[in-house]
Design a protein around this ligand. Sequence first.
Ligand code: ZN
Length: 116
Amino acid sequence: MTGPMKQLGKSSSALRKRRQSLLGKLPPLEAVLRGSLIERYKRCGKPGCKCADGPGHGPKYYLSVSFPGERPQMDYVPQEDIEATRVLIANFHEVRTVLEEVCEINRELLRRREAL
Ligand SMILES: [Zn+2]
């Protein structure tokens, strides 16, 4: 079950307990990055280069970050930073998922007129 429905049927103290355990699973908040890693291949255009027959040289990695009403911003990510970048992006999703569930718990407690 997803969203608000999964909180229904739990006691308020179970919800508070769940909230506490969710907070314990938060990754370090400084280690987050919003965006996605994308792969790019490029043909160099040199005559006779083997890349002309394939997708091109690469992959090279870019961090793509979207902002409302703007085109995504792309930053080149060197090979040695790719794994760390993946971790930061995964952390961001984890933080967002945890916050969303904490918000749902608090919303349910509010509905029940229970202590937050
Ligand atoms: Zn080439």
